[in-house]
Design a binder for this molecule. Sequence first.
Ligand code: HMG
Length: 444
Amino acid sequence: MTAVGIDGLEIWAGKLELDLPEVFAPAQGDDPGKYTKGLGLHASSFPDTYEDIVTMGANAALRLMRRKDVAPDEIGRIDVATESAFDKSKPVSTYVAGCLEQVLDGDFRHANKGERKFACISGTQALDDAYNWVRAGRHRGKRALVVATDTALYARDDAGEATQGAGAVAMLIGEDPDLVSFTQAQGFGSMDETDFLKPQQQFPSVDGQRSVQVYLARMREAVEDYESQAGDVHPEDFAYAPFHTPFPGMVRKAALLGFRHVSRDTEYEDRVAEEIGRQPRREEFDDLEGFRAALKDYTDALAETDVYQDWYARTVEPTLELSRYCGNWYTGSVHVARASGLLQAAEAGQDLTGERLLVGSYGSGAQAEIHHETIQPGWEENIRALNVKDQFRDRYDLTYEEYERIHDAHNHEKETDTDELATPDEEFVFDGWGRMGERKYRYV
Ligand code: HMG
């Protein structure tokens, strides 16, 4: 069977940067350690006044199509995944296509365009749709363009303000991919939850502490569901485990529970047994409370073992590197984590061809999905072409007062007249409103 998967990806970060320990923490009266050590974040990326989900998505897609030398008529579908859409009818993908048609030869007249919504997991769902479309043979030899784009802003003084971010990931999906291929096995954990939502409002209502618990619970169910299809996961099965990263501290929590699960009844459990004993089993306890207390003690001790820490440093830590400097990108976040792991491997000169990734996606509301991907020949060239670290370095560094103005400028309920802080160069910019309330864009 021909492999189907991601043929290439590009990342576009918001042009502004907020330093969390140096600028945000002091203004909030917080210890910088809460950001760098607790949440695991150093900086957030922000959109300048001329940026939004369309400009960031179109800029990422343009770079990708030019690099992969793909013409508009070679694209059979465009799906945009976002939870920051500004129109209830006209999908963001039509705006993105309109932008690209301004500068590329040809058009997307015969491409099927849509928009996907399920909080942060919709980027992965759009990949799923593209995969199914190719597998069903309805693609006429064409590829799908998937764009995950968000301005992940919270209301001022919400606990989530620390985890903000803005950026886009564009991906091409097709046959014989150059980056990773997908497989059929996948697992879901899905429940009607009220942890994070935006009922007709721009900024989310969030029950932050509960959202953390829901993430862990749905992710565990998704892993078990995946294992029922693909067989038990072993800690050495995967080169990396890129997971949805609202902030790296969240993945640190998930990774520990995940490792405890996948190391059970393996040589990994044996290796730590001398130091911390074996994992408590439910049947060894008369009451649930006693079992839970023993499990918590075991888990706390597991986190301190060299065996766990080595595994974490190899398999998870590299996937968090980019996120530490850009914050949560909602739909793009897990795709940034995949790119981050591969980028670290390319920089370290590792050969990953044929190895696997265990990918964990999550969206509040709530649903988790687990699948694995196989790294393809060509991955290294593809990943080395990313200039995301240069983008991060070149961002305009915000003062706290500028941050407040920029946040207001993106707040739909505030009327502001704020000047841009960065200078757009060879990119799409927001260019005001048209007569029917549509947003207009131009290439600078
Ligand atoms: P908070 O309550 O302000 O922070 O917000 P905290 O007090 O819990 O501190 C955070 C961590 O820093 C804690 O670590 C502290 O101990 C530690 P933990 O105990 O949890 O391991 N800490 C320090 N460490 C070292 N030195 C210090 C220090 N001070 C504190 N000095 C919260 C945290 C996550 C609630 C908040 O950021 C929030 O509401 N975020 C938004 C919601 C969110 O991101 N949830 C994650 C799961 S849901 C999800 O991923 C979906 C989402 O992406 C949306 C979607 O799907 O669309 C959000």
